[in-house]
Design a protein around this ligand. Structure first.
Ligand SMILES: C[S@@+](CC[C@H](N)C(=O)[O-])C[C@H]1O[C@@H](n2cnc3c(N)ncnc32)[C@H](O)[C@@H]1O
Length: 279
């Protein structure tokens, strides 16, 4: 039976309350499929039982499972290529000079999903900037989804996930095969810390970042939430830091303090120079 409009509204409201995202109204059948799977997995009589539970307890482990099942967690290694080329050719060489005295660098993948983005950064550093391994180097991945974070921390990927964007040489050098899956080596996993954090809620205490990857996340929020999040990004970024957004995202008409800067085909957002502020 198709999901009734008021049931869809209930789930939509719960998702909004938990993670600040407003589900598109065309996602009714996706919601129904996910609710059915969860109801079956929980041994409930059906979707109605699950909806009754959600009606009585909008904050519970089960409601969290429902919300997590509705998040888009699509990602891949070296996604879109150009940001990583910009990192290799321009941004990291520049930051290495700027931060030479302090020898400290912090990079954040906000909305890291299953970890491919921040592991791509870690592999790029090992491959092209090994001297950074002697610095105080903080690579942080955060996501609201506990299941995504568990997968990210494990660093185990299927053949399909490996085949999306990972160069063969990197697979050979940085992964170990376990039956049909591949696990990123401990030396790379140990470079990254994964932390649960809701971008729409109050943020955890994180170090000031030199580079923030917040790609393919803002797109799910309404304008007001995007502005709120970008204002917090501004405070989390060193004044001379770099922000990467997804290809369909921009700060334009949302936050004038950010200025798009081009490194070849890659767009990076930088804070407009502010008098009196230092890196
Ligand atoms: C499409 S994935 C993007 C992954 C990666 N950044 C990339 O571009 O490949 C979006 C991720 O954002 C996460 N997300 C959605 N809402 C969030 C929120 N309120 N706080 C933190 N993470 C959130 C989802 O769980 C998902 O893992």
């Amino acid at each position: 039976m198709p999901l009734a409009a008021n049931d869809f509204e209930l789930v939509r409201q719960i998702v909004r309350d938990h993670v600040g995202i407003l589900l598109d109204s065309w996602k009714t059948s996706l919601v129904e499929t996910r609710l059915s799977a969860i109801a079956r997995g929980e041994g409930l009589a059906g979707v109605d039982d699950l909806l009754n539970h959600l009606r009585s307890r909008s904050r519970s482990p089960l409601s969290t499972r429902v919300v997590e099942s509705l998040l888009t967690t699509e990602t891949s290694f070296f996604r879109d290529v150009h940001p990583f080329e910009a990192l290799r050719q321009f941004i990291l060489p520049d930051l290495i000079i700027q931060r030479q005295a302090r020898r400290r660098l912090a990079i954040w993948s906000a909305g890291c999903a299953s970890g491919q983005e921040i592991y791509s950064v870690a592999m790029l550093i090992r491959e092209h900037f090994p001297s950074l391994l002697d610095w105080s180097l903080q690579l942080v991945g955060t996501d609201v989804s506990s299941s995504m974070l568990a997968k990210a921390a494990k660093g185990r990927y299927t053949e399909l996930e490996i085949n999306r964007g990972l160069p063969a040489a990197a697979l050979v050098k940085y992964f170990e095969q376990h039956a049909l899956e591949w696990q990123i080596k401990l030396e790379v996993r140990a470079m990254v810390e994964f932390v649960q954090m809701n971008l729409a809620g109050s943020w955890r205490a994180l170090p000031k970042m030199d580079i923030i990857f917040m790609r393919n996340v803002l797109v799910y929020f309404d304008v007001e939430k995007k502005r709120e999040i970008l204002a917090k990004v501004r405070r989390q970024l060193h004044p001379d830091g770099f922000l990467f957004l997804g290809g369909a995202e921009s700060t334009i008409n949302l936050d004038d303090d950010f200025q798009p800067t081009y490194f070849g085909p890659a767009v990076v957002y930088r804070l407009r120079a502010r008098v009196g502020e230092a890196a």
